[in-house]
Design a protein around this ligand. Sequence first.
Ligand SMILES: Nc1ncnc2c1ncn2[C@@H]1O[C@H](COP(=O)(O)OP(=O)(O)OP(=O)(O)O)[C@@H](O)[C@H]1O
Ligand SMILES: Cc1cn([C@H]2C[C@H](O)[C@@H](COP(=O)(O)O)O2)c(=O)[nH]c1=O
Length: 214
Amino acid sequence: MGKLVVIEGLDGSGKRTLAGVLTRQLVERGARVTSRAFPRYGESVHADLVREALHGRLGDLTDSVYAMAVLYALDRQGAATAIRADLATHDVVLLDRYVASNAAYGAARLHEDAGGRFVEWVRALEADRFGLPSPDLQLLLRVPTAVAADRAARREQTEADRARDLYEADRDLQQRCAEVYDGLATSGWLGPWEVLDDTSDVKISALLDRLFCR
Ligand SMILES: Nc1ncnc2c1ncn2[C@@H]1O[C@H](COP(=O)(O)OP(=O)(O)OP(=O)(O)O)[C@@H](O)[C@H]1O
Ligand SMILES: Cc1cn([C@H]2C[C@H](O)[C@@H](COP(=O)(O)O)O2)c(=O)[nH]c1=O
């Protein structure tokens, strides 16, 4: 049975970049690795609805933190069988965002913290009710909010179809989200966490030791 490793962090923090670095390093060491990113834009109707909502095209649906969270959760539920199948055939299944993104962004939108009602509601919905596999390790890519915002802004100018969405453009939301992420990591929400200060910080051998108890 493979290990489910999740990368979490703010918009523009470098999660996708880190997923690439980690995948290369793990493959070089002979691990069978597969990766996915949530939301699954272009693959799931729920993810596509999320994208429309994040760009203000679904009326007042975006205003509802709970409605948005249900869309994200349904996208993940639709991938649960595939994730389990991946875990059966790979050493590492790497996810760019998972359940903790829902907890962090929703709680931040509601001005709640990691110990608040919303975070517990997400856990009950996605872990208990939908039965999504628990992560073996959650990596929090913790870069300063201003750095993440600058990277997201630069990417908007250099990549097609990457206009910043409503969450990405909201610096106060991102700041509160960073605080909720810190709380989730400190409390070991949904499983173990490791905090990385930047992509250069990845100690791949330590990570492998931790994952495979060597
Ligand atoms: N360590 C780094 N130093 C400088 N630039 C970086 C670094 N990591 C990523 N970037 C750049 O920052 C931008 C955002 O990176 P990336 O797409 O990996 O972030 P992300 O966290 O996956 O973003 P999102 O959640 O918004 O999709 C990209 O243009 C990427 O090339
Ligand atoms: C998976 C997931 C994401 N979010 C938030 C985080 C981002 O601001 C947007 C879209 O994600 P992307 O990485 O920029 O494509 O949605 C969330 O609130 N809940 C989730 O489950």
